[in-house]
Design a protein around this ligand. Sequence first.
Ligand code: ZN
Length: 121
Amino acid sequence: MFPVSHCPTCKHPIALRDNVPVLSFLLLRGKCRYCSARIPTRVPIIEAGTAVLFAVAVAKFGLSVEAAVILVSIGLLLVIAIIDLDTQYILYILVAPGTIIALAPFPWGPGSEWSIGEAYI
Ligand SMILES: [Zn+2]
């Protein structure tokens, strides 16, 4: 079982109603419901940025396997980038499965639209 989201200050679990991307931040005025600790401004920015990236990917590839792989890749890359910014560590446990997920459905080779050196990407 995954650990539930919680406030890093008071450790209180975050209820589903307080965990809606961007909207909950705005409704709670950027503070924890239980201890009033400030929620970093980067949280809604990252959430909104993720939504934009997801929307662009779905607009480009439609509801398809390719889009699903790209959405998972975007999510993993964002997590990797944020952890890297905070800690200067890039966690292999995230990179390894991300690489497999990203490359498995798109074998590179002749005729592949994802081949390096061609402008089809
Ligand atoms: Zn709190």
